[in-house]
Ligand binder design. Sequence first.
Ligand code: FAD
Ligand code: NAI
Length: 475
Amino acid sequence: MSKQFDVVVIGGGPGGYIAAIRAAQLGFQVACIDEWKNAEGGPAPGGTCTNVGCIPSKALLQSSEHFDHANHHFADHGISAKDVKMDVAKMLGRKDTVVKQNNDGILYLFKKNKITFFHGRGTFANAIDGGFEVKVTGKAEESIVGKQVIIATGSNARALPGTPFDEVHILSNDGALRMGSVPKKLALIGSGVIGLEMGSVWRRLGAEVTILEGLPTFLGAVDEQIAKEAKKAFDKQGLKIELGVKVGEISNGKKGVSIAYTNAKGEAQTLDADKLIVSIGRVPNTIGLGAEAIGLQLDERGAIVVDGDCKTNVPGVWAVGDVVRGPMLAHKAEEEGVAVAERIAGQHGHVNFNTIPWVIYTSPEIAWVGRTEQQLKADGVAYKAGTFPFLANGRARALGDTTGMVKFLADATTDEILGVHIVGPMASELISEAVVAMEFKASAEDIARICHAHPSLSEATKEAALAVDKRTLNF
Ligand code: FAD
Ligand code: NAI
């Protein structure tokens, strides 16, 4: 007889493993199936995020930033560091260790929460009375039954039509995170989040980086003023970004890649590079899921169709994370996972899509929550704006990192915070205060009246809130 579970989770990325933990906390018998393999063929739960996404990219961003500081900023502090060298193999080894620590941490959490983990692929076999039969294929093959199933199968990198990833010259995020040496010339297509983060890593290590972007605007989803400030900083660093291009034929030869494209002026160009990273977005992953076996509805992009509560068209089957609509972010996947587990338990799980923070971990970092100035204009909302530059912040000066600003957007009548946008040092950490404030429907005045430690970067947040009422104290 098949093993029976209250909840079967397919996929062990941030959406899946967190849903499994929350369901177990709520007293359910839970199984989680994940097929990711480490180099030795063993289990590597954590999904894209842990294996080829958030965690390894941040490890490389950190290593490359240290290298950049040693080369370019130590001297400002009176530290001389001559002949600074980067051992790429060691850097990649460290990154792999960080990844493994996270994989092992999740396996430990499964044990701690008495979640049965299956290493293999989960495929719907059929709907049966009171649940769903899911076939697990991997080292061991078996069928399990879940009264409820949560799908969290994530996403894969989108390839350019006719240009498959070979992970030698034409790289997805996977290959981008394990180049064995620094390419002399690196091309990227797509100046979104991955393009900027990966472009930054390899530029800091010495590659000549060119990013080709199809849209005429830089970071269109980001507040225009913030995007402009970030672009200025990237230009200064030598990160070459060409906007409004149309990519044509890509030839993949023995020595590298040649990319034909038309620039914004309509002129035909060719870019030769040793490696090409294609970072043009991601596609939801339902490969091998057996969606058809239970009549699961997918949309034209291949995403699983869900309602606001992550319910699919099949009662008892839920889906969360990158495989459904909404931003492809690890913390969004986690929030949905928690909310679904709570809904299964009859509770009122909730995800506030208006307060999901975004962070781009470049230097300067870019982080935001809520609406941008251009969105408020388009929505016809009357607003007040307040900005404060890090140049006027004592801690930023002491750190030697004064690029950027904090920007508040508040309702013109009620003063409620509608959006907070940051470009600058530690924006990823600073944005949390804004998220909390927006969750509690705080006004800009609320933040302006809260005591912030001195000297700290968070004083720039307080000052930007004060700026909404045109009464900054230090600028
Ligand atoms: P995934 O993490 O993709 O996990 C899905 C899991 O399901 C995988 O392990 C997969 O093997 C498994 N699976 C799929 N099908 C089956 C099946 N049939 N049976 C069994 N297992 C299956 N987001 C952030 O918030 N912050 C960041 O800094 C960040 N950095 C990123 C950097 C890069 C380079 C990339 C590519 C992404 C980054 N993201 C980041 C996005 C983030 O990784 C995703 O939003 C997140 O991983 C989505 O979680 P998920 O659980 O939905 O899916
Ligand atoms: P993206 O959506 O962020 O950026 C893709 C870029 O490619 C866009 O600017 C788009 O206009 C451009 N583009 C698309 N097709 C093109 C073409 N044919 N030619 C030229 N340009 C083209 O996608 P990306 O960078 O691949 O990342 C995927 C997702 O992964 C992100 O949207 C994000 O959800 C997640 N991610 C999150 C990170 C974070 O939170 N720090 C880090 C990395 C990824």
